[in-house]
Design a protein around this ligand. Structure first.
Ligand SMILES: Nc1nc2c(ncn2[C@@H]2O[C@H](COP(=O)(O)OP(=O)(O)OP(=O)(O)O)[C@@H](O)[C@H]2O)c(=O)[nH]1
Ligand SMILES: [Mg+2]
Length: 396
């Protein structure tokens, strides 16, 4: 199960290049000067990302190292058009963020079902020589080349979209809570790192309303330096509206544990601290004991002091005894519906990538490249037809 949760893939993508326009002069019996009739080249296929809510990981892309759309066909005589290249549609789960594979720069993200983002545009087809006929040049012997393809290596990362994210040390009872409030069946066990991949559950609330909760693997002190499972999974709470911190009542110092969690989150991305937080003190059915087994102060008498120190809502719960669960759901629902928690925009910092050295093109290749290639900007420009006059983009 764990091996099937893929939230990171790196793929080389290339769109199709546009087909060349055709240079052709019409010839027929008794019609020696039929005029230009070269048709236009077809459009190259684009690489398009499409959100799909039925997907939940990037597993289907794991073994796909290259995705390429097909090129547009060449134009033909009698003004016939070249065939358009086929688009390649890459289905991705909602919440997929795309970065440049070489610089780590944020490119785009796909948030909604059926949302489409054109990652790489196919090249436009070149115009045939029929377009270039003028009163003074009735037999133009040139046509346009097709636009070149675009290529890019991209990194796709999945950031699970959920309303509430659970944050806690291993064994804090995160999965147990998710199993109690939703129909999800996460693995639960009395050892750390039971949960190795994020789990989602839909929590049904009153009057048929519901919200989504994400259980992520536990984090430990030093996670930002790579301890435990590191902070890799914290990207899955970047999109959550509310963070539910969980510290067991059996902990000898609840506030210290909460502060460690907070610190690790800050190390990962300080913006996470701007999110609404609630602290749930879990396992309240268990007695509080110190290391020697002596009984410590009861959680209920400790609560006022904790509430006084922390500026967030603190709720005692027990998933096993079903205690405080409704109150917790109420608090989460209230927090989720606050206006300031509605917008979950987070800036996408560039990710760390090892820069791949580009192969130096030999000088011959470079020159050849310059002649027939137009480098596209993001903006669609009108083609400069004059640029191609005399180059002789003939149909073979
Ligand atoms: N008594 C009691 N035990 C609990 C409660 N909640 C969880 N536990 C126990 O605590 C242990 C750890 O629970 P999990 O839900 O697996 O903890 P987790 O936070 O998901 O742990 P990781 O996945 O390892 O990060 C299990 O043995 C649970 O049965 C509770 O409210 N009361
Ligand atoms: Mg768990």
């Amino acid at each position: 199960m764990a091996a099937n949760f893929i939230d990171y893939v790196k793929i080389y993508c290339r769109s199709g290049k546009g087909g060349a326009g055709c240079m052709h002069l019409h010839r027929a019996k008794y019609l020696p000067k039929g005029g230009p009739d070269g048709g236009d080249g077809g459009k190259g296929g684009s690489i398009i990302l499409q959100g799909n809510r039925n997907l939940w990981t990037l597993l289907h892309l794991k073994y796909q190292k290259h995705i390429m759309a097909t090129d547009g066909g060449k134009g033909g005589q009698s003004r016939s058009f070249g065939k358009d290249g086929e688009d390649k549609i890459i289905e991705v789960p909602c919440g997929t963020v795309v970065y440049d594979g070489e610089t780590g720069e944020f490119i785009c993200e796909v948030k909604a079902h059926k949302e489409r983002v054109v990652l790489l545009k196919g090249g436009r087809g070149g115009l045939g020589n029929w377009h270039f006929r003028t009163a003074t040049n009735q037999a133009p012997r040139y046509a346009q080349p097709g636009e070149p393809a675009q290529e890019r290596t991209v990194i796709m990362q999945l950031k699970v979209l959920a309303d509430v994210g659970l944050v806690g040390f291993p064994n804090a009872g995160k999965s147990t809570l998710l199993s109690v409030v939703s129909a999800a069946k996460p693995e639960i066990a009395d050892y750390p790192f039971t949960t190795l991949t994020p789990q989602l559950g839909i929590v049904s609330y009153r009057d048929g309303r519901s919200f989504c909760m994400a259980d992520i693997p536990g984090i430990i002190e030093g996670a930002s330096e790579g301890k435990g499972l590191g902070l890799r999974f914290l990207r899955h709470i970047e999109r959550n509206a509310v963070l539910l911190f969980m510290v067991p009542a059996t902990s000898t110092d609840i506030i210290a544990e909460y502060n460690i969690l907070l610190h690790e989150l800050e190390q990962y991305n300080p913006e996470l601290l701007t999110k609404a937080r609630i602290l749930a003190i879990t396992k309240c059915d268990l007695p509080r004991l110190d290391d020697e087994g002596n009984e410590l102060e009861d959680i209920n008498s400790l609560l006022p002091a904790i509430r006084k120190q922390l500026d967030i809502e603190v709720l005692p719960i027990s998933s096993v005894a079903g205690q405080g669960i409704d109150e917790l759901k109420d608090a989460l629902w209230t927090e989720l519906n606050k206006e300031q928690n509605q917008v979950i925009e987070i800036s996408h910092a560039p990710i760390d990538v090892t820069v791949i050295e580009k192969e130096e093109a030999s000088s011959d290749d470079a020159e050849e490249d310059q002649e027939g290639t137009i480098y596209l900007n993001e903006v669609e420009e009108e083609w400069d037809l004059d640029k191609y006059k005399g180059i002789g983009w003939d149909a073979e």
